[in-house]
Design a protein around this ligand. Structure first.
Ligand code: SAM
Length: 286
């Protein structure tokens, strides 16, 4: 089998189909076999697993996944890539290509149809323009997902894995930390792709918890607190939260709640852990 994950084959396929990478779909094709191996290894995919791949492109990562997994379901938005994929993946009988926008597909029905409802693993070199909406959809869909192993912009990877007190710590760190344990796998330079992205990239592995990391009475309310706190990062929590009418709290109530959990009443959101945000949320909802 001629693997696609190198510069020569990738150029050959693109020129055979008279195509070039489309910026609007965030197309940067992987041409580094070491990185492809690294992604599959970090994903822990075995012959027992069904994989959901987002954005197969010309099929470079799909080939590696097809060899490691029992079944691969790849969702690609760009219809002009479908004939290319049918060609480059013709040797594999365990790959299904779905021509759809991942943000519009019902992930639960994919899991039902292709893995009898058992948990799947998500593996992808994500289109960077919609990384966060995709990750949030995967978590919030309620579909059984065991883990998510993805290539993202380095800066986004940093935000996913950081804890309180770090400059990259924010609402994405907390949202990811609520659902999963995030581990940085490797940094990937622009030269590993055609065309080269303008930013550095990194692979992260998100292993989903069986139940969320903290218990909170009203999950939506907690995430609204978190969103508000980091939208106005430089403000104290008592100022930012009392400025958001949907939270229905006064500055004094926020200060009292912070004191109750032994946090300085002038604190900003960046020093609170997920557990502390959950407690703050529960107190403010009383
Ligand atoms: N997996 C390939 C690789 O590693 O070489 C391509 C990765 S490229 C960074 C991202 C892929 O996601 C492209 O093929 C792009 O067309 C596809 N894509 C972009 N937006 C999408 C969406 N909303 N739903 C599904 N696929 C999408």
């Amino acid at each position: 089998m001629a693997y696609l994950g190198n510069a020569a084959r990738t150029k050959e396929v693109l020129s055979k189909y008279n195509m070039s990478a489309k910026k609007k779909f965030g197309q940067n094709f992987l041409i580094d076999s070491g990185v492809l191996d690294g992604i599959v290894e970090a994903s822990g995919v075995t012959k027992e697993d069904c994989v959901l791949e987002i954005g197969p492109g010309i099929g470079s990562l799909t080939q590696y996944l097809a060899e490691a997994a029992k079944r691969v379901v790849s969702v690609e938005i760009d219809k002009t890539l479908i004939p290319v994929l049918n060609d480059t993946l013709s040797e594999y009988d365990n790959v299904t290509i779905i021509n759809e926008d991942i943000l519009k597909v019902d992930i639960e029905s994919i899991v039902k149809e292709y893995n009898e409802g058992r948990a799947i693993k998500v593996v992808a070199n994500l289109p960077y323009y919609i990384t966060t909406p995709i990750i949030m959809k995967l978590f919030e869909s309620g579909a059984p997902i065991d883990s998510i192993t993805v290539m993202v912009q380095k800066e986004v990877a940093d935000r996913m894995v950081m804890g309180p007190g770090n400059k990259d710590y924010g609402s994405l760190s907390l949202a990811v930390g609520y659902y999963a344990k995030a581990t940085a796998v490797m940094n990937v330079p622009p030269g590993s792709f055609i065309p080269q992205p303008n930013v550095g990239s990194a692979v992260v592995h998100l292993k989903r918890y069986e139940k969320p990391a903290v218990e909170v009475g009203n999950e939506k309310y907690m995430f609204e607190i978190i969103r508000t706190a980091f939208n106005q990062r430089r403000k104290t929590l008592s100022n930012s939260l009392s400025n958001n009418p949907s939270l229905k709290v006064t500055r004094q109530q926020v200060q009292d709640a912070l004191t109750e959990i032994n946090i300085d009443e002038k604190a900003r959101g960046e020093i609170l852990s997920l557990t502390q945000f959950a407690r703050l949320s529960d107190i403010l909802q009383r």
